[in-house]
Structure formats: structure tokens, C-alpha cells
Design a protein around this ligand. Structure first.
Ligand SMILES: Cc1cc2nc3c(=O)[nH]c(=O)nc-3n(C[C@H](O)[C@H](O)[C@H](O)COP(=O)(O)OP(=O)(O)OC[C@H]3O[C@@H](n4cnc5c(N)ncnc54)[C@H](O)[C@@H]3O)c2cc1C
Length: 311
């Protein structure tokens, strides 16, 4: 039986693997369906990880993480987990190829993905002017104009964040009302660096080899077309957490989750199920940053060590 199964090999899973193996747990298996590294490997640059002063691509940034973990004995099983269940104190890791492994404890770190809007040009300029994270990429647009697409809490909060860095933020939303907390809406309306364009849709993201250079917007009531010559667009149209594999045969979740299926944890990354920990973007209130996911992974591993010792 596996001592500790880690599901997901992004920053949270790899950091958990490092701390668990260095902490003396012998049989630690990382279930990762692809190459370890996680979402950040899709980013062309990361410059906000403390201690890494050069701007590097997400792929380059994550390469040493796996090397470091494997040196301390972490095993990578390249497998897609399809379900996790628990019976009589044993966790069952069901995999897409039909195999099942047993584990004494689990750290769940399967991350998530920002939803794509489907706008023309989004895929082409993803990471080259199209971003889903103001904290990650806002600084690249210091004193420049940007567009924010979306009408929920995240879109509005990120628009306010960007207004502190950028010279102007155009907030585009398809309805003329927002689905955000009234105080956040008020905050946006009173911010003179944010121009609200509603009801409107982004028709196309245009650019060239250097990245985005224009956003074409259609005002849906008048049909008027606006072309904004900006270098960046931030898209906030939702986020999918990869917690579907926690669903049980009776449709309940293995552990407590919130309305968006993010996993409820306490400050030590414990879920309500003994022996099951969650780390990184899958947990409630995750700041969705590499440094935070890594910290969660380390915290979860220390707790898993204590749990296994106690057992
Ligand atoms: C384009 C982009 C740019 C970003 N830029 C920055 C930045 O500049 N700075 C910053 O701090 N953060 C940035 N982020 C956010 C950062 O990448 C995430 O917060 C971080 O990767 C979360 O780590 P995680 O380990 O929780 O999850 P993830 O990185 O999502 O890793 C989860 C892993 O689990 C695996 N997995 C999922 N389901 C299964 C399954 N069923 N079976 C097996 N494996 C599975 C996935 O393949 C994945 O490798 C960016 C994100 C994106 C998308």
C-alpha cells in the first residue's frame, strides 16, 4: 500500500512531494496525468516567485522542481486519476486505465483552469497579451491601457487591482448589470481609471508576432464597433476546479466543498475527511499563485507526516 498518494504534479503537488519525501515518508507516489509542472508551464513568463529574479518561462521555471523531488525519492506515476474513494481508513485511487491503488493518506492537488471565453484570437494570443491573472501579469502593463472582460466578482476586483498599475482599464461586460458584491460594483463605478463598456462583447483580439495590439468591441444595443489599441486583455469568465474526481457513486463529494466545488480546508490544509488534505488552486479561497500553491503543498505534507506517524 502507498503511504502517501499525491494527486496532481503542479507547484502544490511537487512541493508536497518534496516535503513528504524529505520528511521521511518512504512510499510517496505522485499521480500526474502529464509531465509534472502544472498550469504555470503554459505561461510564457513568470517574474513574481520570490528569490527568482530573472523572468523565465513557466516551463523553465518548473523544470528543477521535479528534479529536486525525484532526488529525494518521490515516484511519478503517469496516470489520470478518475475517482478517489475511501473505505475503512483506506483510500482507493481509481485510474482511467481501470487500475486501482490503495493509499493510507492523500494530498489532493489537482489544480484547475481559468475558463476560456471563446473570443476570436484568444487562443492565438494566450500568454501573449491575453491573461487570466492580474496579480501575475498586471505589472507588464504598468502605465498602459488594458481591457478586462467579465462581470463577476473576480472581473471587478481584478479591474480595481489593475487600475492601480495601469493608466486605464476598459471593463467590458455583456450585460448592463454586474454579478458582483454591491460594494465592489460601487468601488468600480467610482474609480475614474475604469471605463465601463456595457452591454458589449469582445468580437476579436487582434495582434501580430509581438502579441496583442487591438481589441474589437461591439456595443450590443447600438451595434457600434469600437477598436481599442491596447496591448493586453484580462479575461475573467469563470474558473473550473479539477475536483470532479472526488464525486462518489451517490453523487456526493468525498469531502466538503463550497458551491463552486472548491475544497474546504482548515489552515493546515486538512479536509473534513481524516487523512485527506487539499493544496493549491483546488482549495477554498486559493489566491491562485504559484508561491501560495507551493506553501499549501508544504503545509499539507507536514500534516500528512503527522497523520501517518499517529496512525
Ligand atoms: C497562463 C497562466 C499564467 C500564470 N501566471 C502566473 C504567474 O505569473 N505567477 C503565479 O504565481 N501564478 C501564475 N499562474 C497561476 C499558477 O499557475 C497556479 O496558481 C498554480 O499553478 C496552481 O498550482 P496547483 O499545483 O494548485 O495546480 P496546477 O498547476 O493546476 O497543477 C495541477 C496538476 O494536476 C494534474 N491533474 C489534474 N487532474 C488530474 C487527474 N485527474 N489525474 C492526474 N493528474 C491530474 C494537472 O495535469 C496539473 O499538472 C498562472 C496561471 C496560468 C494559467
Amino acid at each position: 500500500m502507498i503511504d502517501l498518494a499525491i494527486i496532481g504534479g503542479g507547484p502544490a503537488g511537487l512541493s508536497a512531494g518534496l516535503y513528504a519525501t524529505r520528511g521521511g515518508i518512504k512510499n510517496v507516489v505522485l499521480f500526474e496525468k502529464g509531465m509534472p509542472g502544472g498550469q504555470i508551464t503554459g505561461s510564457s513568463e513568470i517574474e513574481n516567485y520570490p528569490g527568482v529574479k530573472d523572468i523565465v518561462s513557466g516551463m523553465e521555471f518548473m523544470e528543477p522542481w521535479q528534479e529536486q523531488c525525484f532526488r529525494f525519492g518521490l515516484t511519478h506515476k503517469m496516470a489520470e486519476v478518475s475517482k478517489i474513494s475511501k473505505k475503512d481508513d483506506v483510500f482507493y485511487i481509481h485510474q482511467a486505465d481501470g487500475s486501482v491503488d490503495e493509499a493510507k493518506a492523500v494530498i489532493f492537488a489537482a489544480g484547475g483552469r481559468p475558463k476560456r471565453s471563446g473570443v476570436k484570437g484568444e487562443d492565438e494570443y494566450w500568454g501573449k497579451g491575453v491573461s487570466t491573472c492580474a496579480t501575475c501579469d498586471g505589472f507588464f502593463y504598468k502605465n498602459k491601457e488594458v481591457v478586462v472582460l467579465g462581470g463577476g466578482d473576480t472581473a471587478l476586483e481584478e479591474a480595481v487591482y489593475l487600475s492601480r498599475i495601469c493608466s486605464k482599464v476598459y471593463l467590458v461586460h455583456r450585460r448592463d448589470t454586474f454579478r458582483a458584491a454591491p460594494s465592489t460594483i460601487e468601488h468600480v463605478k467610482q474609480n475614474d481609471k475604469i471605463e465601463i463598456i456595457t452591454p458589449a462583447v469582445v468580437e476579436e483580439i487582434k495582434g501580430d508576432a509581438s502579441g496583442v495590439n487591438a481589441i474589437v468591441i461591439k456595443k450590443t444595443q447600438s451595434g457600434e464597433i469600437l477598436t481599442l489599441n491596447v496591448l493586453g486583455i484580462f479575461i475573467f469568465v469563470g474558473y473550473d476546479v479539477n475536483t470532479g474526481i472526488l464525486k462518489q457513486d451517490d453523487d456526493s463529494m468525498l469531502c466538503e466543498c463550497d458551491a463552486y466545488n472548491s475544497i474546504k480546508v482548515d489552515l493546515s490544509m486538512k479536509t473534513n475527511i481524516p487523512g485527506l488534505f487539499a493544496a493549491g488552486d483546488v482549495r477554498i479561497n486559493a489566491p491562485k499563485q504559484v508561491v501560495c500553491a507551493a506553501g499549501d503543498g508544504a503545509t499539507a505534507a507536514l500534516q500528512a507526516i503527522a497523520y501517518l506517524e499517529h496512525k
